[in-house]
Write a protein that binds this ligand. Structure first.
Ligand SMILES: [Zn+2]
Length: 70
């Protein structure tokens, strides 16, 4: 079943690529390499990210969790 959908997707990609072109990535102008901010703030609590804990699991079914300081 999964192979059937994969084959359909591949055929669609091959058929549409000449008209639609490859995926458009980027901002449409030359960009500088991304530089990580020195004092990044958490988007949730606005405290420094260095004070946070990121829980990652080897199990791919388990989501990564960001734990904000209390
Ligand atoms: Zn936070």
């Amino acid at each position: 079943m999964a192979d059937r959908f994969r084959n359909i997707a591949r055929r669609l990609d091959r058929g549409l690529l000449p008209w639609m072109g490859p995926a458009q990535v980027g901002a449409g102008h030359p960009e500088e390499p991304y530089q990580r901010p020195v004092d990044a703030a958490c988007p949730i609590c606005h405290r420094p990210m260095a004070d946070h804990v990121v829980e990652r699991s080897a199990d791919p079914a388990r989501a990564t969790r960001l734990i904000c300081p209390a």
